[in-house]
Design a protein around this ligand. Sequence first.
Ligand SMILES: Nc1ncnc2c1ncn2[C@@H]1O[C@H](COP(=O)(O)OP(=O)(O)OP(=O)(O)O)[C@@H](O)[C@H]1O
Ligand SMILES: [Mg+2]
Length: 201
Amino acid sequence: MATKGVFVVLEGGDGCGKSTQVKRMVSRLGDLGREVVATREPGATENGAAIRLLVLGGDHLDPRAEALLIAADRAEHVAEVIRPALERGAVVVSDRYIPSSLAYQGVARGLGVDEIARLSDWATGGLAPDIVIVLDVPAREAAGRRAGPEDRMEREPDSFREVVNQAYRDLAVRFGWTVVDGSAPVEEVADQIWAAVRPLL
Ligand SMILES: Nc1ncnc2c1ncn2[C@@H]1O[C@H](COP(=O)(O)OP(=O)(O)OP(=O)(O)O)[C@@H](O)[C@H]1O
Ligand SMILES: [Mg+2]
């Protein structure tokens, strides 16, 4: 289904700066007078919030169950939030989307990128972002930035985070995602993201 809006996705491992940069982008887009919808996965909808607790709480979850729960959250997210906003002509900025599943479940959990891509495509009715920006930050540096209690993913070791980071880099080449050095100062990162997004508006 054709949509009038622009769909921007920010990606990368835990603590890479996604939430920080979503805020920066929302403020710049607001200055242009566009309707902006900032959202995130998992857990942007009421049902999604319940799914988020299942995925990130607890101690153990079978990888396939994890993949299916994330896909269910995303189906609800697309139906309830993303597609309606795009149909209104809004700019949607999502903190995580399909690329997270490809990197975490497809590569790091070993379920296979092609299978997770098919599952994700089915879950979203084929809704693809206009641009995916990956914030690349070394695992150690990202872990050092974090405050507060860790969720189930954040308790994974540095080695898991490195696999996720490398998966993002490899997948970026294959799928044409834009990789930005997320170690740079916040405003520099924001400038680089803006340079990539501005031409799509
Ligand atoms: N470019 C940067 N340089 C240094 N610190 C940063 C930078 N960007 C963000 N931070 C800090 O790093 C921490 C994590 O950033 P943020 O919450 O935006 O990451 P995130 O990718 O959303 O993490 P999570 O996956 O946990 O939601 C915050 O304390 C933030 O202020
Ligand atoms: Mg965040």
